[in-house]
Write a protein that binds this ligand. Sequence first.
Ligand SMILES: [Zn+2]
Length: 446
Amino acid sequence: MSYFSEAIETMDRGELDALVDERVRYTVRFAAENSPFYRKWFHTNNIEPSTIREHEDLRDLPIISGKHIRERQPPETQEFEFKCTDWRKVFTVHETSGTSGNPKSFFLTWEDWNRYVEKYARAFVSQNFTSGDRVVVCASYGMNVGANTMTLAAQKIGMTIIPTGRCTFPVTTITKYHPTGIVGSVFKLLRLARKMESEGLDPQRSSIQRLIAGGESFADESRQFLEEVWQVPVYNIYGSTEGTMCGECHEKVGLHVPEDLVHLDVYDPALHHFVEDGDCGRIVLTTLLAPGEQTGTLLLNYDTEDTTAVISRDQCPCGRSHVRIMLPQRESETLWVAGSSFNRVDMEKGVFQRENMDYLTEEYEAFLYGDVDETTLQVSVECLDTSNCEKELVRQNFLKSFLHYRPLLSEAHQDGTFNILFNFTEPGALEFYHIKGRPKRLVDRR
Ligand SMILES: [Zn+2]
């Protein structure tokens, strides 16, 4: 099987754009008729839904954010104003584990599930997964949708799922069931390889044939290192409860957006205009429904607070026509120093320089201290062996990668207003080990 839904995945650009426009029209009308939030929103903003004819017209609609959702659900309001279907049609309820307070609630109907499942099934097939594959899903089975929808997608393809829900499963899971793939985050998959080695199982000689990395963005250097450790291809996947599920195909030239099921626009930081293809900007998402379809939660022009760039709208070497984007990064992980911005991923790129990895584990963390006059970035890395760690080489490789393409930051570094200090620790000595939850690798303590 080379495509999950060949006709739609390879549809030519003109037809695909026409299909998107038809779905935009229907979805906006559906919103006006069924979503308590949008009914009021259109009225307050003097928008006549029928004037939204094509995807460019979405620019005329105001952009909403997670804040709007939080403010339009209990306990803030009586009803869930983004819920646009009857409770009897709601199959599952989800919450996004937001960083601030009240988590956002999402309501999925069985139709929504099928659309989410379709997106993952297309991604899996595009990564050469097929009937007979056995996949360990390390993503957690909780109030988020990812792990469950991947599990259902596997059923459509004829794959076996081993739903461990976490990457700390016993190594015997691999020796007993001979899985061919694992879905997890880069760090968890690196840790797992280390654990397997320590228990006498060489990851490169295991049954694993490919890995899927998701859950958070990462530098391409970390992916390359993960591929080297396992000696298998690693594919990116990006998904959220809001319904963006984009997957990298086996060509590894960007993540395909399932354009018929979700519409993504890339906006400038002020959220006024679309940016040119190739330029980095904010991902603004719009649910797409085919005429006649229904949904539990609908979003138009929703600011995901993630950033990306369009790589290409041309046909991919894999044959798919759907637009390809860069692996999105979290805006909340972007910090500004000396008029220059950098993301957690940029730092990770510096740490994961290939030469460094002969001396370091994959673990690191960084803290930013200071005030307007002087800022210090403290980067802590773990040495495999502190008595044999080429600290100066690691430092130089980091600086070369991190300051390249950042002239303002580089200048500030030279004139002493931006210091970068390194801390080399033994395995297990980083601060995040003492804090529960997912490690925060870049912390702003200014
Ligand atoms: Zn492709």
